[in-house]
Design a protein around this ligand. Structure first.
Ligand code: ATP
Length: 906
């Protein structure tokens, strides 16, 4: 049936009507489906969807207009430092110093191009990341359930939703089982609202507020409870959200703590350079330098003192790092999280699917007082309930609730649905029951979907005599509270203490073997029960399901141990199961249950938390308490989550980690990082990357700042010593931007050190420039200044001033080469094999050397930089002097380690 070609009497909305069915919430579901020309049991055909998509366009909100590339390029000049330089160029031109004016202009262009290219590259990698997180939707098309990109939805599509899903378009409910939706994105109301299929009543056609349209779902709201199906009534800009202009403004990412730190550092350096300029001007005036020359050099000094390249290199480093991580399975949504990752002290991980494979196989079945072993592997139905021969009737009764109160289906190549439920369908098959067939024979008239907080699921089915059959499956300890009877060897018996303790024994025995334990229960009642109060049930069976630990998880756990990162397992499973898996993985510490947590005060939990390794039978809200307790102990917490109720904990943690495969949309939206493979070891890998990125940032900040301080001290020193200025404006700019840029970039992409996971996490309060690094930078700057000024003074007594100045300039440039090695080995080995592991850096250094040779020897370059050729001995002197910055650092480190060894403070 096609929306355009239907000839029935119903009023079919023409496919060309872009507003869809705006009043669908007032109509009965059948009216809506008729008007949209769709059978909800089949959905649209692929062809229909394509035809409608051609008319309605993609289901997405309009994006804010993009800035043109030209504007982005011009942005590079919108910086007060660049403004000063431009003024300097004009001043230089005005006083007839065409050479300097030209160099400043050219260098400014180069800086702008570099800045623009870096920004563009960073932007591209972030865009690629965004594309990795495309929203999808589960639809029924051509009669089959399938997952499609949310953008391809069209009016008439049948969308299937469950707790945790983001609603991908506006729609009219056709099925609603205990549905609640958080509509804060649209209405600002933070409490979830209950939704139902019933058409909204309105008196005299009075308009109904969005918040009161209880039969409608709206784009970008979140299903927080239950299971639903809706017919899409409007897409893209025609949705309620699309009509609210404000919602379309996408916020820009706030700067990360590191960026703020570097910004304030930049400001302080600007201040320092201001002071330096004044001091320099005074000494130069005393020496009687010309005013125009002084003005130009003062401006150049100011600019040389400011690390223009830093913000761009920082942005690029973070963006490239994040891009690298994404390719290894960890999509970081906010750049700032990279820093937190590097300093993470605790990882709280879900068990199922993250630490384990989420490949469930039932291994044991207990019913009527007997425990059976179940054979067979994976989701194939080959295998038997061993020892069950001759008891098929009993076994069928035992697995019936498991099979019927279940939404998973086996397919030729596996299953669709929840792995736990699929394992139970397989178990039913091994006991001789076809779950699919049974479910069609026993249709549902209602259900309570599984909820991690209640830990059970229930379905209601009509009996031939008009009564209602209730099937329940869930955590055994929870079921025990709901059961009044038990299926014992001699039939249904009251659940007395001996039976209760037998069941608890079986549960701990199965749990102790690392099996996930679920019970099945059933009852027949006169009328559909109140969901809040299930009737007294009869416990019929218990299943033990194996879910092996991920093979890499053990190694990742060991890595965490050497890296000083504690791992805590958080699971909804039984304590015995959790403890057994924790033991296998090597997680140390006490096992505490959710019930015990409930009895602890915040302070008590905080006092014990470092000794706890496993949190079992917890509900999602316990996770928030755990994050709080850990934070109060000064921990930086990474917390995983997948369910709709995990959102609060994901937000509360320093690094919220959502599962990409099993995670709900709500969890993914709340998280800072999404794992595409749901694998615990990927979190550890991301922590390692986070540390490496931070290390690299330290390296290039150290490198560039040393150049700045070196330049200031050199100019001041020369001035005080009564020597001519060893570095001209053009030279300073050249060094700062062109010569320093490539080595800084090479440091930014340095491979991680081998021992990056062999030391404890960085103190999150640590400033990037702590006292030790500031001292090292100042030391390097001082050595550079001293070396350069000495070379100038010494050379002036043997050769002409031009040659001496060229030697000083060259020495200063070569100092940077050696100092990049100091900066690279922030606190690692200064010399040794490690230093040869970054080929890019060595290529850059060779490049810088070559460029300096050109600057000194090629006639046109000499004209620009005012240099003269040097002979081999002069080059050797420059090189030898420059190497002292490395030797000085080496001497300091030797002295420090000697002092450390003899027990004195370093
Ligand atoms: P995670 O480790 O990811 O937090 P979990 O598997 O430990 O997840 P849940 O999935 O919340 O925790 O399961 C908790 C308990 O609820 C299980 O031990 C099981 O007894 C029960 N359970 C799990 N899945 C279902 C289901 N589909 N239907 C009914 N009961 C279930």
């Amino acid at each position: 049936m096609d929306g355009q070609t239907t000839t029935e009497a119903v009023q079919v909305v023409p496919v060309t009507d872009l507003s869809g069915v705006p009043d669908a919430y007032l109509l009965a579901p059948a009216q809506v489906t008729d008007r949209l020309g769709v059978d909800p049991a089949v959905g649209l055909s692929t062809r229909q969807a394509a035809e409608r998509a051609a008319v309605h366009g993609p289901n997405r909100l309009a994006e804010p207009a993009r800035r043109s590339e030209w504007l982005k390029f011009l942005d590079q000049f919108r910086n007060w430092l660049i403004g000063i330089l431009l003024i300097a160029a004009v001043v230089a031109g005005a006083i007839g110093d065409i050479k300097d004016a030209a160099v400043i202009t050219v260098v400014l262009q180069i800086n702008a191009v570099l800045g623009y290219l870096q920004e563009r590259r960073a932007e591209r990698s972030l865009e690629a990341l965004r594309r990795m997180l495309v929203p999808t939707a589960r639809v029924r098309r051509d009669g089959v359930e399938q997952v499609v990109e949310a953008e391809t939805l069209v009016p008439g599509d049948v969308v299937l939703l469950e707790a945790g899903d983001r609603v991908p378009a506006d729609g009219r409910l056709t099925v609603a089982e205990s549905v609640e939706v958080a509509e804060a994105a649209l209405t600002g109301e933070s409490q979830p609202v209950a939704k139902s299929v019933a058409a909204v009543e309105t008196t005299g056609g009075a308009p109904v507020a969005v918040a009161d349209r209880t039969s409608a779902l709206f784009m970008n709201t979140a299903v927080t409870r239950g299971r639903a199906e809706m017919i899409v009534t409007a897409t893209g800009m025609h949705t309620e959200l699309g009509s609210i202009a404000e919602a379309l403004r996408t916020g820009t990412e706030p700067p990360s703590p590191l960026q703020i730190q570097l910004d304030s550092l930049g400001r302080r350096l600007a201040l320092l350079s201001g002071v330096a300029v004044v001091a320099y001007a005074l000494t130069a005036l005393v020496r009687g330098e010309g005013l125009s020359d002084l003005a130009l050099r003062a401006v150049a000094l100011a600019v040389a003192a400011i690390p223009e390249g830093l913000p761009a290199v920082l942005a690029l480093t973070l963006a490239l790092g994040v891009y690298r991580m994404a390719h290894r399975g960890a999509i970081v949504k906010r750049l700032a999280s990279v820093e937190s990752l590097g300093s993470a002290t605790v990882v709280c991980s879900d068990k199922t699917g993250t630490l384990t494979l989420n490949e469930m196989t039932a291994r044991a079945l207990w019913t009527a007082g007997r425990l059976y072993e179940v054979t067979g592997e994976g989701y194939g139905t080959k295998g038997t309930v061993r020892g069950g021969e001759g008891r098929s009737g009993q076994l069928l009764d035992a697995v019936l609730p498991f099979a019927v109160c279940n939404d998973a289906h086996l397919t030729d190549d596996g299953f669709v649905g929840d792995p736990t439920e699929a394992a139970l369908v397989v178990l039913a098959a091994k006991a001789g029951m076809d779950a699919d067939l049974l479910r069609t024979e026993q249709p549902r008239v209602g259900e309570l979907p599984f909820d991690a907080a209640t830990k059970y699921m229930a379905t209601f089915h009509p009996e031939p005599d008009g009564r209602i059959r209730v099937h329940v499956k869930g955590a055994v300890d929870v079921l025990l509270d709901l059961c009044t009877d038990v299926l014992a060897e001699d039939g249904v018996r009251p659940l007395d203490d001996p039976h209760r303790s037998e069941i608890l024994d079986v549960t701990s025995q199965l749990g102790g073997a690392g099996l996930r334990v679920l019970g099945a229960a059933t009852a027949v009642v006169d009328k559909a029960p109140d969901p809040a109060a299930l009737p007294g049930l009869t416990l019929v069976s218990i299943a033990g399901i194996a879910d092996p630990p991920r093979p890499q998880a053990r190694d990742a756990m060991a890595l965490c141990r050497t890296a000083g990162v504690a791992v805590k397992m958080i699971t909804g499973d039984h304590a015995a199961t959790a403890a057994a898996i924790a033991r296998e993985l090597g997680i140390d510490g006490d096992v505490v249950t959710g019930a015990e947590l409930d009895r602890m005060t915040e302070e008590q939990l905080a006092a014990r938390i470092d000794d706890i390794g496993v949190f079992a039978r917890v509900a999602p809200e316990h996770k928030v308490a755990i994050v709080r307790a850990l934070s109060s102990r000064g921990h930086i917490v990474a917390m995983t989550g997948d369910g709709v109720n995990d959102a609060a904990a994901l937000r509360a943690a320093h690094i919220g980690v959502a599962m990409g495969i099993t995670g709900t949309d709500v969890a993914k939206e709340a998280a800072d990082m999404v794992l595409t493979d749901d694998d615990f070891s990927t979190i550890v890998l991301a922590v390692r990357e986070g540390r490496a990125i931070y290390d690299n940032i330290v390296k290039f900040v150290r490198f560039q700042l040393a150049t700045n301080i070196g330049a200031i001290l050199t100019l001041l020193g020369a001035s005080l010593a009564g020597l001519p200025a060893p570095l001209t404006a053009a030279q300073l700019l050249w060094i700062n931007i062109v010569m320093d840029g490539p080595p800084a970039m090479a440091l930014a992409v340095d491979p991680a050190r081998d021992d990056v996971m062999r030391h404890p996490p960085r103190d999150p309060g640590e400033r990037i420039l702590d006292a030790r690094r500031l001292l090292a930078i100042t030391r390097a700057g001082a050595v550079m200044a001293l070396g350069t000024v000495l070379v100038l003074a010494l050379a002036r007594s043997y050769v002409d001033t031009d040659t001496a100045l060229t030697m000083a300039f060259t020495t200063f440039v070569l100092f940077q080469l050696f100092n990049s090695l100091n900066a690279r080995a922030d606190d690692g080995p200064l010399l040794g094999r490690y230093q040869f592991r970054n080929r890019t850096l060595w290529l850059c250094l060779a490049g810088v050397l070559a460029v300096q040779v050109v600057a000194v020897h090629l006639p046109w370059a000499r004209a620009v930089f005012g240099t003269v050729p040097l002979n081999l001995a002069q080059w050797a002197l420059c090189l030898g002097t420059a190497s002292t910055v490395l030797l000085a650092e080496l001497a300091v480190r030797i002295a420090q380690s000697t002092r450390r060894r003899s027990g004195e403070p370093a």
